[in-house]
Design a protein around this ligand. Structure first.
Ligand code: GLU
Length: 447
């Protein structure tokens, strides 16, 4: 790593000493874009990187609510509005007990480049709360969402900041938050995405992230001379992204053999198809956050308690659960099992040292910023649908989504070519994403 980038990484470390996830992504992105900075000294002079690694704004607020027993609970809510260089801040809301600024800043920072790769006019942001939705009643979820938005509403708007879902926040939560926003702001507008279709939501948004991942993975396999049909695929997670990914993979003739939850993973060599995929939705809605019952229901499957699916031999690995789910030990097992392809579905699922090890051993990696950008791309379609007061059809959405994903892959390959990076798709995506943001920032002056 050159001295140039080290300087910025040191600044980030000094300013954010207790936020390892944020520092991890800053290091990954800055290391990749070093050749661009060497070519553009004007970016350095304009303090572009110092500005980029500092969120434009961050709010932290109290979220008081009353549980079903009448006990007052207090959580912490946040929104990090990272970059508005390309458009209104755009990114999800995460509800999970481990949410703190380091996680949201990592997600917000990644979102800038992901959103840039889509080619659409959206900036980057992320928000959330240290609230655990597991085991909460529907009424508790509604009261929490309403209290969260009672503060958040003043910071967001269709041309300012447009939140969506993320872990722990799905259609139900977006509905409650959008309802409370509408009541407080007295506006029925495109401030939220991931809404139900009867609330102005986009047809096909639910499956967009998963479908997009598979379109990206298909392009990646094609690039390396292989095809999707007949591939065995190990997935993690059992939420929305896993469900969409499994559905599309099956449609394209691949066989999904694993899913996972915090309790362990399921290996189903017969393939997770049809009714079994529908069952994922049932599991998710159970609010229990476990996948063990799957093995009881489907006899072809085996449950491995406390383990991760990366120990299973597969042609393609697609993590869809959460950050850092592939660590060094997992990478070593994957290499031992002769892994060839890893396509990242969840945000930053692989640690930097695991990435380096996998790459050294010839594993081709499709980075999450590029591969999972289909979700937010369709969110932007939802924003335009709301702004135009029209409704797109599912067919419209699928067609646009596929085009966007193919384009993202091409942009990454093109950046690899321009900077002699071989087939390093991680660096290619980081560079292509960065270039657009940097150009926009240069036009806007020092802001
Ligand atoms: N949370 C999703 C992501 O990580 C979607 C964000 C959005 O649609 O705004 O990209």
């Amino acid at each position: 790593m050159g001295k140039l980038v080290q300087k910025y990484i040191d600044i980030a470390k000094e300013k954010n000493p207790h936020e390892p996830e944020f520092l991890q992504t800053v290091e990954e992105v800055l290391t990749s874009i070093e050749p661009v900075l060497e070519k553009h000294p004007e970016y350095i002079k304009a303090g572009l990187i110092e500005r980029l690694i500092e969120p434009e704004r961050g709010v932290m607020f109290r979220v008081p609510w009353v549980d079903d027993k009448g006990v007052v609970q207090v959580n912490r809510g946040y929104r990090f509005q990272f970059s508005s260089a390309l458009g209104p801040y755009k990114g999800g809301i995460r509800f999970a007990p481990n949410v703190y600024p380091g996680i949201l800043k990592f997600l917000g920072f990644e979102q800038i480049f992901k959103n840039s790769l889509t080619g659409l006019p959206i900036g980057g942001g992320k928000g959330g709360a240290d609230f655990d939705p597991n085991g909460k009643s529907d009424a508790e979820i509604m009261r929490f969402c309403q209290s969260f938005v009672t503060e958040l509403y003043r910071h967001i708007g269709p041309d300012t900041d447009v939140p969506a879902g993320d872990l722990g926040v799905g259609g139900r939560e977006i509905g409650y938050m959008m309802g409370q926003y509408k009541r407080l702001a007295n506006r029925y507008d495109g401030t939220w995405t991931g809404k139900g279709t009867s609330n102005g939501g986009l047809a096909g948004r639910n499956e967009a992230t998963g479908f997009g991942i598979v379109f990206y993975a298909r392009e990646m396999l094609k690039f390396f001379g292989e095809e999707m049909e007949g591939k065995t695929v190990a997935l993690s997670g059992f939420g929305n992204v896993t469900w969409g990914t499994a559905t599309k993979l099956t449609e394209l003739g691949a066989k999904v053999i694993t899913i996972s939850g915090p309790d362990g993973y399921i290996h189903d060599p017969d393939g997770i198809t049809g009714k079994k995929i529908d069952y994922l939705v049932e599991l998710r809605n159970s609010g229990k956050n476990i996948c063990a019952p799957y093995a009881k229901k489907f006899k072809s499957a085996k449950f491995f308690a406390g383990k991760k699916p990366w120990e299973v031999k597969a042609d393609l690995y697609i993590p869809c659960a959460t950050q850092n789910e592939i660590q060094m030990a997992d990478a070593k097992t994957m290499v031992k099992n002769k892994a060839k392809f890893l396509c990242e579905g969840s945000n930053m699922p692989t640690t930097n040292e695991a990435i380096a090890y996998l790459q050294e051993h010839g594993v081709k990696i499709g980075p999450s910023k590029a591969a999972n950008a289909g979700g937010v791309a369709c969110s932007c379609l939802e924003m335009s649908q709301n702004a135009e007061h029209i409704m797109f059809t599912k067919e419209d959405v699928y067609r646009q989504l596929e085009g966007i994903m193919v384009n993202i892959f091409q942009l990454s390959v093109d950046a690899c070519k321009r900077y002699n990076l071989g087939d390093n798709l991680i660096a290619g995506a980081n560079i292509a994403g960065f270039e657009r943001v940097a150009e926009a920032m240069m036009l806007q002056g020092i802001v």
